[in-house]
Design a protein around this ligand. Structure first.
Ligand SMILES: Cc1cc2nc3c(=O)[nH]c(=O)nc-3n(C[C@H](O)[C@H](O)[C@H](O)COP(=O)(O)OP(=O)(O)OC[C@H]3O[C@@H](n4cnc5c(N)ncnc54)[C@H](O)[C@@H]3O)c2cc1C
Length: 47
């Protein structure tokens, strides 16, 4: 999961993703969302 939404250029993280409803999950996803926005051609799946 690259945290992309179905709208081009829009990413999501945290509760709206709906997987793990914890603050530390949102923080973890933020690292991947940041990477995947900045390095769009080298996106990384959230583990
Ligand atoms: C009672 C309670 C206790 C919790 N305890 C823990 C805990 O002990 N440990 C833990 O890890 N997690 C806990 N959580 C979960 C934690 O609060 C969430 O996982 C975390 O806040 C998610 O962050 P978020 O940024 O995704 O969403 P949120 O913190 O909900 O932030 C979303 C933001 O978007 C804003 N927003 C909404 N709609 C719009 C709009 N249309 N336009 C602009 N802004 C908008 C909201 O006002 C809000 O500020 C708890 C949650 C609750 C409710």
């Amino acid at each position: 999961m690259y945290l992309k939404t179905n709208i081009s250029g829009i990413f999501a993280l945290g509760e709206i993703v709906g997987r793990y409803l914890f603050k530390h999950s949102a923080n973890h996803e933020a690292i991947f969302a940041y990477n995947n926005i900045i390095h769009y051609d080298n996106k990384i799946h959230v583990d």
